[in-house]
Each structure stands twice: as structure tokens, then as C-alpha cells.
Write a protein that binds this ligand. Structure first.
Ligand SMILES: Cc1cc2nc3c(=O)[nH]c(=O)nc-3n(C[C@H](O)[C@H](O)[C@H](O)COP(=O)(O)OP(=O)(O)OC[C@H]3O[C@@H](n4cnc5c(N)ncnc54)[C@H](O)[C@@H]3O)c2cc1C
Length: 370
């Protein structure tokens, strides 16, 4: 039996950030991951993720405003460039864009509002639905690089990192959690479960979780046409479509951003069904790809539709697309972070480390159900 003060399961973005935070504070921590570093079977892989303050929900604009200095702190700590603020466009129905403006006003963050034709004149590779808002604070995080950086930095700071080590079971023993792998038994007063789409399988029997929907997203990269190849034509975007998904404040009908070396990534939500993360086929849905190309043909005159290269990624969402960041006994749950968590990575690492150190979750939307 090996004792450790803090044990983190899952070296995706969130678990790695938590281990980084705990190790930064001089705490004894072990980080266990079933696959390799920055693997492609969970939710955190790929070149980029959108960073934006432009949320309709003030809670997440507040969190993104907090994340901005946290990203810069992580960059300073690791000497890596992980966040680039190359702008964010939101377009769609008025209510959504008005709410974003209100959220940005709360933080006195700059933005420009315009109509669809004004926006198209400025970014001719894209078509827009009225109304449009541009936030220069938005941009992109470099996803794989962030995860690798966090794992490496945690190790440098003293964390024990075990990759390719699946956790086979978790049980409670009074105020301790007992964690089994094939070769070790761990005993810890503070277990952080940051297992993304696997969270229910790992702790559903001991912690009451909200209903979770695990499914595979299928974004695709498209090459810009030659006259629009400059990156400045391609800020990140979210489309709040009046006719598509996009009714509730955390939903949008499409999103996308530029990934250096890969092209402009676009994601839409069609054809998603519940999956078991241990039994995925990783196959590209041709139906989804066809619908995606139709979307791109209409909204992105500057992209070459036939250049599409699709990939899959695990989404794990709560019904409201909120996060679970809360503690029950020795177990802190940092999962899932739904389809929009990456932009908050260093801050979620801090929040989760605080919980692991005995803090309380005071934000009702991130609490576990009773
Ligand atoms: C297609 C797609 C696009 C996205 N776009 C954006 C975006 O533009 N902006 C944004 O902010 N967010 C975005 N997100 C969301 C963001 O990527 C996720 O919120 C984030 O990556 C979740 O990280 P995680 O660490 O919780 O999960 P994961 O990365 O899945 O990590 C969980 C880890 O736990 C490990 N694990 C599970 N079970 C075990 C076990 N038994 N033993 C050991 N290890 C285990 C897994 O192997 C995995 O590595 C997107 C997500 C997807 C899927």
C-alpha cells in the first residue's frame, strides 16, 4: 500500500492542471493516466481550442477573465507560448449578441458590434448572420502543447507521474480513498478524479453525479483559399444560429478557429449519439461530414470545402453544459468540463487544487447534486 497526500486520476487538461497547481504549492501529489501524454482518446487532444470572454452567461465570462492572467502565469512558469489572443467573433440572433455585450461590459472589455455585411467586408472568408460582435480578447489555446507542458512541469515540481497506468477500482475506507492499479494500491485522503468521459465508470458507484452525456464530436479542418491564406482573416468564431442549436445560453450551432499548420477548424453538432469511451470506433461519420461541408459551403466562402480533414473528440456534458468542481469526503470531482472547458484550464487547476486542500465549492452551478 502506497500512501500519498493527493492522487489525481486523469492527465487530460484538467487533471494535469490540478497536479501542476498542487505541485507548485509544494504538495505531495501523484498523477495517474491510463494512456500516454496528450493521447487522442479523450477530450483534450488536438492543436487548438477557442479562448473567449464572450459568453452569454456572466459566470463564464467572469471565469475567462480570471483565466487570462492564470494563462500568463502558466506561460511565465513554463516559458511556453500557450494562449494567443487573435480575436473572437460571435454572430447570430440579437438576444445572444446583446447578452455577450452585457457580459463584456461587466468587465469593461473592449468589443465592436457590426452587421453581417460590415463583418463580411472585414473578414471576407466568412459569411455572417446579423448580429455580429468582435472581441479582441478572444483567440486560441494550444491544446496538446498545454497538456504536455502541464505534465512536464508537474513532474519538474516533484509530482509522481505514471502514464499508461489504468486505475482499475476506487473504494472508500473511512476518510481515505483506496485506488487500485494493476501493480499498486494507493491510499490517500485526497483523491481528485479528473477522468473526463470515464468519470461515471470510475466513481458513479460512490459519488452521486448529475446525468452525463458522453458522445463524440467531429470537427474538421479546412484549408483557406489562396487569396485568404493570411491568419489575420481567421479569428475564432461562434455561430448562435437562430434556426439551429443555439437556444440556451451555453449552446451555439457552430464554432471554429484557425489551427496553425492544419487550417481552419469548424465544428457543428449534428449526428451525435451517446457512446462508451472504452468502445469507440473512431470512425468518421460521412453523414456528419456531408452536413458540415454544406454548412461550410454556405457560411465560409473563403474555405476549400474539398480539403476537409475530420477528426473525433470525446464530449462529456452535463445537461446544462456546466462543470462539476466539487468535493465529497476524500473525493474531489473535476469533471467533466463539457464542450467548453479548455479555455479555463489553469484556473480550473487552481479551483480544483483549492477543493483538494479542503476548500468549499460556493458556486451552485458547479456543485455535485445532493
Ligand atoms: C471537439 C471538441 C472541441 C472543443 N473545443 C473547445 C474549445 O474550442 N474551447 C474550449 O474551451 N473547450 C473546448 N472543448 C472542451 C475541452 O477540450 C474539454 O473541456 C477538456 O479538454 C476536458 O478535459 P478533461 O481533462 O476533463 O478530460 P480528458 O482530456 O478526457 O481527460 C481525462 C483523462 O482521464 C483519463 N482516465 C480516465 N479513466 C482513467 C482511468 N481509469 N485510469 C487512469 N486514467 C483515466 C483519460 O485517459 C483522460 O486522459 C472541446 C472539446 C471537444 C471534444
Amino acid at each position: 500500500m502506497q500512501n500519498v497526500d493527493h492522487l489525481v486520476i486523469g492527465a487530460g487538461a484538467m487533471g494535469s492542471a490540478t497536479a501542476w497547481q498542487l505541485a507548485s504549492q509544494g504538495k505531495e501529489v501523484a498523477l495517474i493516466e491510463q494512456f500516454g501524454a496528450a493521447h487522442n482518446k479523450g477530450s483534450s487532444h488536438g492543436g487548438t481550442r477557442i479562448f473567449r470572454l464572450s459568453y452569454r452567461t456572466p459566470l463564464y465570462t467572469d471565469l475567462a477573465a480570471r483565466a487570462l492572467p492564470d494563462w500568463r502565469e502558466l506561460e511565465a512558469d513554463t516559458q511556453e507560448h500557450l494562449l494567443e489572443q487573435n480575436g473572437q467573433l460571435d454572430h447570430g440572433y440579437k438576444e445572444a449578441i446583446d447578452e455577450i455585450a452585457i457580459s463584456l461590459d461587466r468587465h469593461n472589455r473592449p468589443y465592436e458590434r457590426m452587421n453581417a455585411s460590415e463583418a463580411h467586408a472585414r473578414w471576407p472568408g466568412m459569411n455572417f448572420e446579423d448580429h455580429v460582435i468582435y472581441s479582441p480578447d478572444g483567440g486560441r489555446c494550444f491544446a496538446d502543447k498545454t497538456v504536455e507542458t502541464l505534465i512536464n512541469r508537474s513532474r519538474e515540481l516533484g509530482a509522481q507521474v505514471q502514464l499508461n497506468t489504468p486505475v482499475l477500482s476506487i473504494a472508500l475506507d473511512g476518510d481515505f480513498a483506496i485506488v487500485e492499479t494493476a501493480t499498486q494500491t494507493w491510499r490517500t485522503p485526497s483523491l481528485v478524479v479528473a477522468a473526463g468521459g470515464w468519470v461515471n465508470k470510475l466513481i458513479g458507484h460512490i459519488v452521486k453525479l448529475p446525468d452525463l452525456i458522453v458522445d463524440a464530436g467531429q470537427p474538421a479542418h479546412f484549408q483557406p483559399k489562396a487569396n485568404l491564406a493570411a491568419e489575420s482573416y481567421w479569428p475564432s468564431f461562434l455561430h448562435h444560429g437562430a434556426n439551429g442549436r443555439g437556444g440556451s445560453p451555453l449552446e451555439a450551432s457552430a464554432y471554429g478557429l484557425y489551427t496553425p499548420g492544419e487550417g481552419f477548424k469548424v465544428g457543428t453538432w449534428s449526428d451525435r449519439k451517446a457512446i462508451d469511451p472504452d468502445n469507440r470506433d473512431f470512425e468518421i461519420s460521412q453523414k456528419h461530414l456531408t452536413e458540415m461541408k454544406e454548412y461550410v459551403a454556405h457560411w465560409f466562402p473563403g474555405l476549400d470545402i474539398e480539403s476537409a480533414v475530420a477528426t473525433t473528440c470525446l464530449f462529456t456534458n452535463t445537461p446544462e453544459e456546466d462543470f462539476i468542481l466539487d468535493r465529497r469526503g476524500p473525493i474531489t470531482v473535476c469533471s467533466p468540463c463539457s464542450g467548453h472547458g479548455f479555455k479555463f484550464v489553469p484556473t480550473i487547476g487552481k479551483i480544483t487544487a483549492e477543493l483538494a486542500l479542503g476548500g468549499k465549492q460556493n458556486t451552485p452551478r458547479w456543485q455535485l447534486p445532493n
